[in-house]
Structure formats: C-alpha cells, structure tokens
Design a binder for this molecule. Sequence first.
Ligand code: HEM
Length: 442
Amino acid sequence: DASPPSPPETLPLPPGSSGLPLIGETLEYLRSSRAFAERRQRQYGAVFRSHVLGSPAAFLLGPEAVQWIFAGEGKYLKNRWSPGVRRLLGAHCLAMLEGNEHLERRRLLAPHFSYASMRGFVPIIESLSRRHFERWTARPGDFTLWPAMRELAFEIALALIFGQDTVDLPFLMHHFKAWTAGLFSPFPIDLPWTTFGRALASKKAMIGYLEQVVAERQARTEQPPDLLGSLLQRREGEEPLSRAAIVDELQLLLFAGHDTTVTAMSNLMLMLAQHPDVLQRGREAVAGLEGPLTLEGMRATPYLVQLLHEGMRTIPPIGGAFRVTTRDVAFNGYRIPKGWTVPVSIKMAHAGANWPTPDRFDPERFGGENPEQKKPGTFIPFGGGPRICLGQHFAMVEMSVMLILLLKHHAWELVPGQDLEYTQVPFPKPRSGIQLEFRRID
Ligand code: HEM
C-alpha cells in the first residue's frame, strides 16, 4: 500500500527545491519536461517537489505512483487546468466536470464510443480515408502530411458528432487552428494581436456557428442517432443540457477527437518511413485483409495494435496531464499538501526504467508473450482511472482503418533535407510537418 498509516501532517515534504520567486522552476520544465524530471529523479529519487506553472508541485514517478494518481481521482485529486485552458475549453464540457456530473456526462456519451457503435463507423472511416489518400497521391513533390492528416481526421470527427448533417468544414477548421494554437499559450493575455486573443476570437466565431447548428437541430421533432442527438436527448426526470453546455461539449469533442489521432498517425508514418523492415512486416500482416474492412478483420491482425501502441509509446500524443490535491495526502512517506499540483507524466511512464532502450521504435515489445507490456502504469497513452480517454476505442479503430489502407495501397518516402526536429507544444510534431513523396502502389 502506497499510503503509510501515519497522518500526512506528521510527514516531511518531498525533497526538492522551489527555484526562483514566482516562476519557480517553470522555465526549465517548459524547455523539456522529460529532461527536467530525469535530472531530479537522479538527484532526489522518484518522489520530489518543485514549483512549476504558478504552483508548488509534487512529481511522483514510477508505475505505482501512476496508479496511485489515477486511483485518487475524486478522492484526493482532481483535474487541474490552467485558467487560459479553462477559458478556451469552456466550463461546461466533460473535461471540466467533476464527481457525479462528470460520471453522468460520460454515461450520456458512452454509447457512441462502445465497440458495437464502432461497427457502424468503420465503413464511414474507410470511405473518407480512401478519398483523402487518393487526393494525397495527386500532389507529387508537394505534399506535407500534417495538415493533410488534420483535414482527414477532422472530417472523421465531424461524422462521429454530426452524423449525416452537413457542417461548414473549412470554416470550423480555420477557427480550430487558431483556437488550438492559443490553448497551451503560456501567456494567456487577451489582446487582438496575441495568440491567446486570436484563439478567443476564434472560439467566439465557432460558438456562434455551433449555436446555429444546435438551434436548427432542436427545432426538429426527432433526433438522428448521432452524438449531437444524444446531447439533445431529454432524459426522464432530468433537466435537458443547456445550449451553452452542448456547444462546449461539441468543441471539446472536436478538439480531443482529432489533433490527438493526427499526431499519433503522422508520427507513426514518419517512424515507418525510417524503419523499412517494420513497414515491410506491417505490409505482410495486412496482405490478407480485403475491403470492405471489418472489426473482425482488424481483430485478427494483432500487429496493427502493436504498431499503433509502439508508435504512441515512443511519442505519446499527449505527454501528460495535471491533477491538484484536494486535501493533505501521504504518498510513500511524504506529505503532499492540499492545493499542490501533481503532474501525470505519460512521457516518463513510457521511458526511463520502465522500458529497456526506450527511444527505440520496436513494435515487437507489444508482441504476444513479451512481459514488458503487462506491467500496469507503464503504458498509458490514453491516461487512466475515471478520466481515461473517452475516445480510445474510436481512436484505435480509426487509426487501424487508416493504417490498413496505407500499408496495403501506398508508399511514402521522406523528402530529403527537411527539418525533422520536434516541437512539443501543443503536440509533438516535426518542424517540417513531414514532407513526403506519397504514391499508390497497386
Ligand atoms: C481524455 C489521449 C483520441 C476524447 C484523454 C486523456 C488522454 C487522451 C491522455 C486523459 C487526459 C487526463 O487524464 O486528464 C488520447 C489519444 C488519442 C485520443 C492519445 C488518439 C490517439 C480521442 C478521440 C476522442 C477523445 C478520438 C473523441 C472522439 C477524449 C475526451 C477526454 C479524453 C472527451 C476527456 C475525458 C474525461 O475528462 O472524462 N484523451 N485521446 N480522445 N479524450 Fe482522448
């Protein structure tokens, strides 16, 4: 058991330092959260304190700590979002809700993310992916993967949420870009020329548009069976969701539902281009799968999951999240006072002592009998506990469909001389956006 019997107030704080007044050790943390944590882990051990992003923080590393954090949701920890993100995401969406309200909202959305619902999405994802990949082949010598993948994933997310309804994709894409750019801005200052100010302006434009879409739907007597339909449902004995809550939720789902998969898929395609042996093994694994694709076919091809998992282990699309203690609490003989930040480092869980040669891309790690993958708390690309990613199955199915089509019908090589150095915010992405020679091979 991680919590000793002694009451927290008798225990010492974790070792560490608070850095400079006000900014603490934030600058070093923002430069590279992994190097920051590794250096302190060598100095202090797996539990240490610091002061980052405006608050004292307790860093708890290792698989047991990860499980302790996920188990603490609603008991001694809750989600922590910076005031800037809170303003951009809106107060009424799932990511901001807590306790019962959070559970209720998850229950309302859950049916759209079940394995059974995925069956209906497979043909939609397949036809959208085929159409986009075909378009990609028409741009030899001038193709950048990241924005193209973004368009595809966005269109898939729109299909998930709005079903058959037509919505203005270019308008939403345009404003999403500005909105996401501001989401993790370290300086949330609302002026017309700041990234954050432009993000707020784009949020406003999107709210206006989405309110119209919702109003039009509310005027119908019957709702189609899509996600927006569920949000509009009147459940017995319960107040219907307000229009503001629905609009916040739509924005969160559009956001959470596309940039993450874009990051995972684009980085995986880059790694495959750099590892021709793995690419070849992938092509052989999917050779027997014929369209139309099915969940059963994917299930019978475990190498797809190996590729996707190893891609997200090597470069987790979301590097981590933040929690805050809701009371004084004890962990491994240390006191963590109420109001401290507790980072969940997905990046650290996927590296360090948990995985031998962590920087090597090697899908065999996730092969059948390999015991490395069985340890809880060491592979958490989708988080864990009550806030585990709502869309994880959807994401896995979406990415599997794309991957099968890519492996079966396409070849891609990196254009020489591009800048593949990674930027980390808001998502880990090579500076060039990944320029490819992309073509059809059958
Ligand atoms: C939450 C990762 C795709 C919807 C999360 C969290 C992670 C994550 C790490 C937890 C954050 C935390 O602990 O605070 C990913 C990755 C994806 C992906 C790596 C793709 C490769 C999706 C998709 C959707 C989605 C496709 C929806 C269509 C959500 C939502 C939450 C969430 C709504 C908030 C859950 C809550 O607070 O209860 N995701 N996600 N995600 N994800 Fe995903």
